[in-house]
Design a protein around this ligand. Structure first.
Ligand SMILES: *[C@@H]1O[C@H](CO)[C@@H](O)[C@H](O)[C@H]1NC(C)=O
Ligand SMILES: *[C@@H]1O[C@H](CO)[C@@H](O)[C@H](O)[C@H]1NC(C)=O
Length: 306
């Protein structure tokens, strides 16, 4: 039997617990150089799990990189399989590694909610964590970036498309155009085979409209975008690369053909780097399948960190 006193005691314990959770998310209380889960970072209807990596030496007004994993992956795996964390030790930025709450760990990149600014879905959970980092950790709001691979690349397109006020640049490794996976009325992590197989062909104007519809009334600067894709990708067919180009060149008002398209000494043979304007580049990797390996150093250069 619970007495009133023990009930009060439990209540106090519960409140102290909540306080500890809330406090655990101050920058000082996050252990350095160790992937750490955070809680209570704001609106998160789908319960996206969120992990932070804080380097030993955080730069003043640090940049923030949100790094989103592929299907079947986790925050832990993307952390271990990438150099984003180790490079944070060199450059002093903070990394957020979200983890998908869905059974196959694909991201919700197809619901109406996730494709809408402040509309819900997985995207608002991730945007909330980025906003939390700006508000509480001294992150420079002008240097909040998204990167990701495969499903995480699609999420990167969703974040930059629907939250251009939060994210200032995105690097999309083997993904699809914003809104390409759109499947209203179905669970957000549903696979869109039409898009994946490269059969959703739209005009640049139609693609751009999907971006504009995500946040009507947004008049600020759009995030810089860099997209990477392999010509031998049979999971997200290479046509998606050319649909992405139509979309972002139209959003930026750039010509649809590159102003330069060159091989780079620091990229493998067969990689071409097409530049359409200062804010959009598209790298095609000849003979590379799903997914293009990570080139973290090049991403950091694009993001202005290194
Ligand atoms: C850049 O050039 C390569 C051939 O060198 C070509 O395969 C690729 O499609 C070009 N990229 C764009 C975006 O036109
Ligand atoms: C692509 O070319 C642009 C313009 O020269 C350059 O700034 C950028 O670093 C290059 N990107 C990659 C990944 O090589």
């Amino acid at each position: 039997m619970f007495s009133l006193r023990s009930l009060l005691g439990l209540t106090v314990l519960f409140l102290l617990g909540q306080l500890a959770l809330a406090q655990s998310t101050s920058l000082a209380s996050i252990p350095a150089s160790k992937l750490t889960q955070i809680f209570n970072f704001g609106t998160n209807p789908n319960n996206v799990q969120m992990f932070v990596y804080k380097p030993a030496k955080v730069a003043t007004k640090p940049a923030l990189i949100v790094a989103s994993h592929f299907c079947t992956g986790t925050a832990q795996q993307y952390f271990q399989g990438s150099k984003f964390a180790s490079l944070a030790e060199t450059h002093g930025y903070i990394v957020l590694f979200p983890s998908s709450p869905h059974p196959g760990t694909c991201w919700d990149v197809s619901s109406d909610a996730t494709l809408k600014h402040n509309g819900g879905g997985d995207s608002i959970g991730i945007a909330s964590a980025a906003r939390f980092a700006i508000a509480n950790w001294g992150v420079d709001p002008n240097r909040v970036f998204a990167v990701g691979t495969s499903s995480g690349a699609m999420m990167t397109s969703v974040l930059t498309g629907a939250y251009p006020d939060v994210f200032k640049a995105g690097v999309v490794d083997s993904g699809v155009a914003f809104g390409c996976f759109s499947l209203p009325g179905q669970p957000g992590d549903t696979w869109n085979e039409q898009c994946a197989s490269g059969q959703l062909i739209l005009t640049g104007q139609q693609w751009a409209q999907r971006v504009f519809n995500a946040f009507p009334g947004f008049t600020g600067q759009r995030p810089k975008m860099q997209v990477w894709h392999g010509t031998a990708d049979t999971t997200l067919f290479p046509q998606n690369f050319f649909e992405e180009i139509k979309q972002w060149t139209t959003v930026f008002g750039y010509p649809s053909t590159p102003i330069s398209n060159v091989s780079e000494p620091f990229l493998p043979a067969g990689y071409s780097n097409a530049t359409f304007g200062p804010n959009f580049q598209a790298i095609l990797a000849q003979g590379v399948g799903h997914t293009v390996p990570l080139f973290e150093q090049q991403y950091l250069q694009f993001l202005g960190i290194a």
